[in-house]
Design a protein around this ligand. Structure first.
Ligand code: SF4
Length: 340
């Protein structure tokens, strides 16, 4: 019996890829990769529905390293899809050997995503991953060169498909045929394709040469500003975000809170706190809370993991700083209005 390891995002294409193989009697196991940018949530659901074992593999370290300078560049936003796929296939190749599978399969559809799922991109991914000939795309296989498992007769090429392009109609019909009614929408799932998050991430990489996964978690939350010194300032918007920010704070981050008034939690990640950045962060903290209407506010700042607490006095919080709204691919900027 042939055995396949299917890259499972949990989206419809990957579910169908697994199903097409199962239908011809191939044993299927699935793998889902996790990073701060995508989770295995949908894959877990899909694997349960398909009744297939799921390997959940954290590739954060390699992914974040690659993301800094992807060899094949980014897509429209901060999504390095070709390098990301190559990394996933390479890791899948290792797991394939470990579990004794014969090949890897993916839900890729030729031409569905013009930049990352064209013939050339699919070939690059295979070459870069070192898995040439072992990557089967069941949904478009008949349009592609036969893979090794097809040539070896482990897979019946005739029972594979020839879906091409961006219309998702053939996939919908196939889903209907298999009685698959629940699957996530094709967009979403990976925040590297989110325009707002991409701007935040680009700025994080500017500030921090080696961002940590926790730095990435921080910029998923709240309002993010660029200080006049070029540092990031993150301000929560509600109680829930206060908790999330605290949970993502690392030793060395500066945490600010207004004394005596309810208000947000503000974080300056790592040790990027020049004097101006601290003042601007303090003024933002006061301005986004009840202290905005007060004549003055005291804002406490603490370097997380230390006892280093200081108090910053902000006169007239409503007027202390100016916020230049976010524009194009720039973050909102904050500058001091009052003279030092
Ligand atoms: S959308 Fe995200 S997870 Fe998917 S290949 Fe691109 S970068 Fe990777």
């Amino acid at each position: 019996l042939a055995k396949a390891l299917v890259l499972m995002s949990g989206g419809l294409d990957s579910i169908l890829a697994a199903k097409v193989l199962q239908e011809q009697g191939i044993e299927v196991e699935a793998v889902s990769f996790v990073t701060p940018f995508f989770t295995s949530k949908h894959a877990e659901k899909a694997a349960a529905m398909l009744d297939t074992p799921l390997h959940i593999v954290d590739i954060t370290a390699e992914h974040m390293k690659m993301l800094k300078a992807p060899k094949h560049g980014y897509g429209r936003f901060m999504n390095p899809c070709i390098d990301c796929h190559a990394l996933m296939i390479q890791r899948a190749g290792e797991i394939m050997k470990e579990i004794g599978a014969d090949f890897i399969a993916t839900g890729e559809v030729l031409g569905e995503r013009p930049k990352s799922q064209n013939r050339q991109a699919l070939n690059i991914v295979e070459q870069e991953s070192g898995m040439e000939g072992y990557v089967l795309r069941p949904l478009s296989a008949k349009l592609l060169d036969p893979t090794i498992p097809e040539k070896e007769g482990l897979v019946d090429r005739e029972k594979l498909l020839d879906i091409r392009g961006r219309s998702r109609k053939p996939q919908m019909e196939l889903a209907k045929k298999y009685g698959i009614t629940e699957y996530p929408s094709p967009a979403g799932g990976c925040i590297l394709t989110d325009p707002m998050f991409s701007i935040r991430l680009r700025n994080l990489y500017r500030v921090e040469e080696e961002p940590s996964p926790k730095d990435v978690d921080l910029i998923k939350i709240g309002r993010v500003f660029l200080s006049s010194e070029g540092a990031l300032i993150i301000v929560s918007r509600n109680e829930q975000e206060n908790k999330e920010l605290m949970a993502s704070a690392e030793e060395g981050d500066m945490i600010l809170e207004v004394e005596d008034y309810p208000g947000p939690l503000t974080i300056i990640p790592r040790n990027h706190f020049g004097k101006e950045t601290i003042f601007e962060a303090a003024a933002l903290t006061a301005r986004y809370g009840k202290a905005k209407a007060a004549p003055a506010a005291d804002v406490s700042s603490l370097v997380h993991g230390t006892e280093k607490k200081t108090v910053i006095h902000v006169d007239n919080p409503a007027e202390a700083i100016e916020i230049i709204p976010a524009r194009g691919d720039e973050l909102a900027k904050v500058v001091r209005k009052q003279p030092i």
